[in-house]
Design a protein around this ligand. Structure first.
Ligand code: NDP
Length: 302
């Protein structure tokens, strides 16, 4: 198992049969992606021995080093990369091509080494859709969706709701200007679906009987003392609450959802779902999320 944090300078040419995979970020020490991916690779190796030679590492790479890191990693034998803070947007000009849906999301979290160089994908939205299916046994399109936040994760969630055909989508953010910018960024791609930006939470989906899915895509909740980003009692209807935050596993928002008797879940399923989609892109195989899920839960408890 390759679970230590590497620096670029510590890496040498991989053996000819090895396929290198890695997550790049700064900081990266706390990433549990290696445990999640290596668990799935072990299952894949049980079906096809070539996956015994696929290894996933975490590599600390700062913004200033990213432009030289990508060609260097390709030369060393790396074929798949995940990106986390702060690289998801700054990498865009360094890529040879970008998947169409990732362009609309305005960020990539997955790179695949293809014949012309690194191609960027964004698997966060698919990860979210899969988590909603797994945790609530419903598709995104079965809901009117209220997205809290207007950063990168909120943009991926909003775009995925558009792709998946959600009837009504609303965004609520502390800074309303950022929410308006998010809406414009998505709509400028020829998407004409109405996306509302809310100033208050009263009756966001007036006249619709569909259940409401509240998605927390703010960073409020990352600290155990953080309050809930909204007062859930302002919403009416059949409410489901999804918090993208998975560490801590229980946030104030989820505590309030439970008190009100709503279905709720934290962001672990999204973390696993986006990882599974990345590995599918790299391997071309269907990936076992059970093993990834177990590894994620174990890694979180360590
Ligand atoms: P960004 O920094 O891009 O966006 C942060 C958002 O949180 C902004 O909308 C910001 O509002 C809002 N916010 C921050 N502090 C507060 C506050 N005190 N009160 C109200 N709103 C606040 O972060 P990301 O979009 O990258 O990530 C957002 C969350 O999603 C994080 O918690 C992250 O861990 C989680 N995430 C989970 C994933 C998963 O796989 N489960 C994947 C990706 C992200 P404003 O615009 O006003 O500053």
């Amino acid at each position: 198992m390759l679970e230590e944090t590497f620096l670029l300078d510590q890496l040498s040419l991989l053996p000819p049969h090895e396929v290198g995979l890695a997550v790049l970020g700064n900081p990266i020490k706390h990433s549990v992606s290696p445990q999640i991916h290596n668990a799935a690779l072990k299952v894949l190796a049980g079906m096809d021995s070539k996956f015994n030679h696929w290894n996933y590492r975490k590599i600390e790479v700062s913004s200033s080093v990213l432009p030289e890191a990508l060609p260097r990693l390709a030369k060393l034998g790396f074929r798949g990369i995940n990106l986390t803070i702060p690289h998801k947007v700054e990498v865009l000009p360094l890529l040879s091509s970008i998947d169409e849906q990732a362009k609309i999301m305005g960020a990539v979290n997955t790179l695949n080494f293809e014949k012309d160089g690194w191609k960027g994908y964004n698997t966060d939205g698919i990860g979210l859709a899969r988590a909603i299916k797994k945790d609530f046994d419903r598709a995104l399109k079965d809901f009117n969706v209220l997205i809290l936040g207007a950063g990168g994760a909120a943009r991926a969630a909003t775009a995925q709701c558009v792709f998946d055909g959600c009837k009504q989508i609303a965004i609520f953010n502390r800074s309303i200007n950022r929410a308006n910018e998010l809406r414009q960024a998505i709509r400028k791609n020829g998407i004409d679906q109405e996306i509302s930006v809310l100033e208050s939470l009263s009756d966001p989906f007036c006249g619709s009987d569909l259940p409401i899915l509240v998605i927390n895509a703010t960073s409020l909740g990352l600290s155990a003392e953080d309050p809930s980003p909204i007062n859930l009692s302002l919403l009416r209807g059949d409410i489901y609450v999804y918090d993208m935050i998975y560490n801590p596993s229980v946030t104030q928002l989820l505590i309030e959802a439970e008190k009100m008797g709503y279905r709720f879940s934290n962001g672990l399923g999204m973390l696993v779902g986006q990882a599974a989609r990345s590995l599918e892109i790299w391997s071309g195989k269907e990936v076992c999320t059970e093993s990834m899920n177990r590894a994620a839960v174990l890694a979180m408890s360590e």
